[in-house]
Design a protein around this ligand. Structure first.
Ligand code: SF4
Length: 294
């Protein structure tokens, strides 16, 4: 029996269906004619402003391909080894607009000096600036780290919170950091959308410069319950190593057969329908870097 599951999202502009062929609407909205739904199909009578259609099998395929690829390329950066919510949170602040190599050099000594939220909250801003000087943006980072630590001490008794909404309240952390703390630090399913994984999602879906909230909605849909951390590392690493801002190496990509950007514009993987007149697909070689950090 074919089943179709409708998933409600908090953003009314986005609706999603998980289904299985042959009755999933994706089969009707295909053939690269996303701006022209087939006449007579119910969806063409009342086209939703935004629709994501996924077939369950293809969603499973996407997840397993990303996870399998990640298990081959995973690198033991210091924040990935023995991760704790605190350690993950610190890494997310440092990784913004800074290379992993540079952060990897600084991270161990920073964690050794400030091993927990209390130690970080007690540090003076000047001391933190000095500590962070050699990886750049040290004034901003020092203020952000201290503000986040003080907030957690005051509002959460020094324990990094473990819910999406509480984490979003932590100054400077944002959805990227919140997802990372949950998935990598607490082992709780959540998406990790930085500039790398966001770019992968956008290209998979054939979206041009989507807003962060749209990427987050899709990411929530994609991230699996089991192995969400591996999947999230995989999406971030895909964006870092393969699906780069310019010149993505699609021939080496584990999900190319499921990717709208690569030339599978609708099926067999993931279909995103935008409002009529919106720009979709055909953005080869161009990224969507106006969100996230990386
Ligand atoms: S096929 Fe190409 S564009 Fe698509 S996710 Fe892979 S590298 Fe990125």
């Amino acid at each position: 029996m074919h089943q179709r599951h409708r998933v409600e999202f908090k953003y009314p502009c986005l609706r999603a269906f998980l289904g299985s062929p042959p009755d999933a609407p994706a089969r009707v909205w295909d053939e690269g004619r996303r701006d022209s739904p087939r006449v007579g199909h119910p969806s063409s009578l009342h086209p939703p402003p935004f629709l994501v259609v996924l077939l369950q099998d293809e969603l499973d395929e996407l997840r397993s391909r990303v996870k399998a690829w990640e298990t081959r390329v995973w690198r033991p950066y210091p924040w990935r080894v023995n991760p704790s919510p605190y350690r993950v949170m610190i890494a997310q602040f440092l990784l913004r607009r800074t290379t992993r190599t540079a952060v990897a050099r600084k991270y161990p000594s920073l964690i050794a000096k400030y091993p927990n939220v209390y130690a970080l909250a007690r540090a003076s801003t000047e001391e933190l600036e000095e500590e962070l000087r050699d990886i750049g943006l040290y004034r901003v980072r020092a203020r952000q780290l201290k503000a986040a630590a003080q907030y957690i001490v005051v509002h959460h008794g020094g324990v990094v919170p473990n819910t999406w909404h509480e984490l979003l309240e932590v100054p400077g952390l944002g959805p990227y950091g919140a997802g990372a703390v949950l998935s990598f630090g607490y082992g709780i399913r959540a998406p990790v959308v930085d500039s790398n994984s966001g770019r992968v999602i956008a290209r998979l879906a054939g979206l041009n410069k989507p807003k962060l909230k749209v990427l987050l909605e899709i990411a929530w849909l994609l991230v699996p319950e089991e192995g969400h951390d591996v999947f999230n590392y995989g999406m971030v690493d895909l964006g870092a190593y393969v699906c780069t801002p310019r010149g993505p190496r699609c021939s080496q990509c584990p999900v190319s057969e499921l990717c709208a950007h690569y030339g599978h514009p609708v099926l067999p993987s993931l279909l995103v329908r935008l409002p009529l007149g919106s720009s979709v697909g055909d953005q080869r070689g161009r990224g969507s870097e106006r969100y996230g950090d990386g």
